[in-house]
Design a protein around this ligand. Structure first.
Ligand SMILES: Cc1cc2nc3c(=O)[nH]c(=O)nc-3n(C[C@H](O)[C@H](O)[C@H](O)COP(=O)(O)OP(=O)(O)OC[C@H]3O[C@@H](n4cnc5c(N)ncnc54)[C@H](O)[C@@H]3O)c2cc1C
Length: 416
């Protein structure tokens, strides 16, 4: 965004691309970022599976709910993608270079020093040589590493989302019929965990389970492979899908991955993507947030360059949007880890208007018009009522296992 605005950009990337990364299912809202970045043609040419929505099912396979991004209206480009991140991220990095960014791969940023008239960035090359670059402002996009979040102590933990994920790529997993062949499946477990099943190429499917930390801690000591296999075996809807599947990768693990940030910008710095905050991946929000916040950070910097003002006041709007986006998705994600929410979410015949408002949110449109906002509020109000008066018949298999302690964990400062 900044280079396309006609300015000079230097980008330091610790790794060399292509490299594996988790985060394969995109939301429909990423199309807006692709348009802004001018990469629609490149992504279309990559031949990734087309994603038109998500199927949410119960572990026993009795309830399946389809959230199609084209159905509710208000989603301008409903078709999105499931991506192999190694190829996808490389395409974006190459695109940055083709827009004029000086890309340095194999360069780790060690530290930043903020001064009234600029920022010094200290980097180390693969061979260990160090050098310092001077810039006007920094966008920290270092992901969960969180270079500036660590430096300024910005991270806010999310005890309610203390989860652990085990995942691998498989061949031989059957696809859904027709237009839904490329869609993600999310399968709820009775212990409030869940599975993802994401087709990422003609052959490969990404399969992962996310377990509540305290559920996992109660399991006997096992290898990562055994944990994933046990979770598959005891979730009938997934076990059926995996009957003829073959694991093509070792099982990988990620843990305690959710956090917010006290601030998203300061004098001469902004945080984009996971470097700012990260939410549990149940609704596949990570890459959409990363791309949107990156685009918005780029616009904010272009504006700051135009006015030659890089103080925190210039980035207030940016910061507010990051916080609001995080809170909007967070509310839904935290809800998914409670039984009452799931009892309503998995109702086989939900009220149409309310369901459409939810699907728009799941497509990535977190800041909807007033009508949708009211319908979402009505949904949250129903969840609250369900907790107290059980207005809807509980759905079997989505959360009847004993309630984990963290569901009643104290609120984080971000919720206040
Ligand atoms: C289990 C799990 C499943 C997920 N599933 C999904 C999903 O289905 N859909 C989805 O949208 N999201 C998903 N996510 C989230 C997604 O992975 C992230 O939100 C997304 O990758 C964030 O992008 P980013 O650009 O902010 O960070 P990253 O993609 O992590 O990029 C950060 C980059 O910074 C580099 N870097 C780090 N430190 C330094 C340094 N000091 N100097 C130089 N370079 C540095 C890294 O090498 C890396 O390339 C999932 C996450 C997890 C944990």
């Amino acid at each position: 965004m900044i280079a396309r605005g006609g300015h000079r950009v230097v980008l330091f990337e610790r790794d060399r691309f292509p490299r594996f990364h988790i985060g394969e299912s995109l939301l429909a809202s990423v199309n807006d970022a692709f348009d802004a970045l001018g990469v629609q043609d490149q992504i279309r040419a990559m031949g990734f599976p087309q994603k038109w929505g998500a199927t949410f099912g119960t572990g026993d396979g009795r309830v399946e709910l389809y959230a199609g991004f084209a159905e509710p209206g208000g989603v301008p480009q409903p078709q999105t993608w499931q991506v192999e991140r190694a190829r996808f991220d490389e395409m974006l990095l190459d695109h940055a270079a083709s827009c004029g960014v000086d890309v340095f791969q194999g360069y780790r940023v060690l530290d930043t020093t903020f001064e009234p008239d600029g920022v010094s960035i200290e980097v180390s090359e693969e061979l260990g040589n160090r050098k310092v670059t001077r810039v006007k402002a920094v966008v920290d996009a270092s992901g969960r590493w969180g270079l500036l979040a660590r430096k300024f102590n910005l991270r806010v933990d999310e005890p309610r989302l203390a989860n652990i994920g085990f995942f691998a790529h498989y061949s031989g997993v059957p696809r859904q019929e027709g237009k839904r062949a490329g869609d993600i499946r999310v399968v709820a477990r009775d212990d409030l965990g869940w599975f993802w099943v994401i087709p990422i190429s003609d052959e490969l499917t990404s399969v992962g389970v996310v377990l509540r930390r305290e559920v996992f801690d109660a399991w006997p000591q096992m290898t990562h492979e055994q944990v994933l296999q046990r979770a598959i075996d005891e979730t009938p809807a997934v076990a059926r899908l995996m009957r003829g599947a073959r694991r093509e990768w070792p099982v990988r693990v990620e843990r305690d991955f959710s956090y917010g940030s006290k601030r998203y910008a300061g004098d001469r710095w902004l945080l984009a993507g996971d470097a700012g905050s990260f939410l549990d991946p149940v609704f596949s929000t990570g890459v959409a947030i990363a791309l949107e916040s990156g685009v918005e950070a780029g616009r904010a910097i272009c504006d700051a360059i135009k006015r030659d003002q890089f103080g925190v006041e210039r980035f207030q709007h940016f910061s507010r949007r990051q916080r609001n986006r995080y809170k909007a998705f967070r509310r839904f994600v935290v809800g998914f880890y409670s039984r009452n929410f799931r009892d309503l979410f998995f109702q086989p015949d939900p009220p149409k208007g309310m369901f459409n408002a939810i699907v728009r949110l799941l497509a990535g449109y977190w800041d909807p018009p007033l009508g949708s906002r009211i319908l979402l509020e009505a949904f949250y109000a129903s969840v609250w009522t369900q907790k107290r008066f059980q207005i809807a018949e509980p759905v079997p298999g989505v959360g009847s296992a004993p309630r984990p302690a963290s569901e009643t964990a104290p609120e984080t400062p971000l919720e206040a």
